[in-house]
Ligand binder design. Sequence first.
Ligand SMILES: *Cc1c(COP(=O)(O)O)cnc(C)c1O
Length: 570
Amino acid sequence: MSDWRRYTEIPRIAYFSMEIGLMTEIPTYSGGLGILAGDTIRSAADLKLPLVAVTLISRKGYFRQTFNAEGWQQESSVDWKPEDLLELLPGKALVTIENRDVKVQAWMYQVKSPTGGELPVLFLDTDIPGNLPEDRKITDHLYGGGEDYRLKQEIVLGIGGARLLQILGFQLRKYHLNEGHASLLTLELLNNHHRPVEDTWDEHDSWDTSWVRSVCIFTTHTPVEAGHDRFPYDLVERIMGDVIPLKLLKELGGEDELNMTTLALNMSHFVNGVAKKHGDVSQALFPGFEVHAITNGIHPFTWASPYLITLYDKYLPGWANEPELLVRVDNIPDQEIYDAHAGAKAYLFQYIEEKTGTRLDPEVLTIGFARRATAYKRANMIFTDPQRLLKIGAGKLQLVFSGKAHPHDDYGKEMILQILQQADFFGDKLKIVYLPNYDMELASRLIPGVDVWLNNPLRPLEASGTSGMKAALNGVPNFSVLDGWWIEGHIEGVTGWSIGPPPTETTATVNNSDEDVKDLYKKLEETIIPLYYNDRAGWIKLTKNAIGKNAYYFNTHVMMRRYVTEAYLQ
Ligand SMILES: *Cc1c(COP(=O)(O)O)cnc(C)c1O
């Protein structure tokens, strides 16, 4: 097939992520974190950045979502065949788990850009003859199992990944930790490069962390303390053993338990949150560390619908590798942009009819909402007052939902159930559909095909959010709570609309639900519905602003150039 050795010829940045969303057929992602990783890698390839990405193979994927007759989410594993899409590389690393040697191998996928740029993604795998049956399952389920399973996965990712890169001969200049899951990598680096001579092993003064710090970059994605991975030290001792002296590990990773975020913070020279606000929130969470902010993005070509791609190619040639050109969107004639959106809408409605039997009306204002079904995202908020919604929206609104709840998240499943019940209650008066099994393919059909993209998370829990950027790129205005990236992208009535009060919170203790719901209904009734039905030119203006004032900036090309200048080259 290919010769992976050519990727070892120049020094690279190793990008570690527990999940990576490259394509629907490689189901090794669950949501925003993995999609961001995939978009990061695609932009890096377009920009010819020397990167090598490392993740887990997740042989059983995340899960496939269906619903039973009552509307309760059912999960099944996604079996896929790595050998159909990936190339097994020679070389195996050993890691120690519960005092046993566990072999780790890597499969490679090559991301190739039309610019000629290309880079390898390594998928780590323990399903190797000779490993114990239970060890062969370590890389099966993304975010499956309990604490033990997660720690084993993090050992494979961080320590196994670092060792395999070395065995394969990669030269590395920096290590980028996308979230804390790969933090154990820093211990492997410390051990390799700055392990003192044996008789001073226990004296932490003789361990020098400065070199490791100078090569590590840490991006945090979680705005609440409880969201960070942590493990009790007795578990760590039992499963991982002593990689470095326990006393030193506690100094670097936390006194009471091993906190992967604390470890990454202590071992990185550059730390960042994923939007300006999230940078502030993280700074408040981690006093004593300097936290920067680099706002997330999306990969433009991946997330533009075929209808928009045709238009952008015609009027803004070069846009895919230079998305700043989208700023000239006003060169596209109104009618053509209107028709492109109508095409994307019809394409979505056809899918909806095939999947659910429901026929939506292409003339009716259609609101989309799709993301992981978890409490803070408040998918059911629009149903707080069903009578009010009916009064505002009967005959004038349609709603399309999608999103998976984590298998252990009963509250998330309850939210989905409520939406399905509301769909029955509203019936034909206000059509509501819930599309099962949200994945990359569905997202790329759903988001461009609706008229407004709704997002109403509990502040400040949406660290960035990226689906709204996909909407903007397709000329779909955002209607969203002022949180994450939208604080930076929002100009009221110009790029879309806010929901609720301006952002002030740096913790999740304030709950603006009542205010948010009131504002949501009021703007729908007084602003959004009238504009959609009575002022087509005004609506098209908004569509163009979403592209020219949001999408030109909120993309992974801009984001990666910032990582290069602010982190990788520092
Ligand atoms: C973009 C995307 C996400 C992330 O959406 P958010 O709005 O940031 O939560 C999750 N899942 C899929 C399949 C996506 O395409």
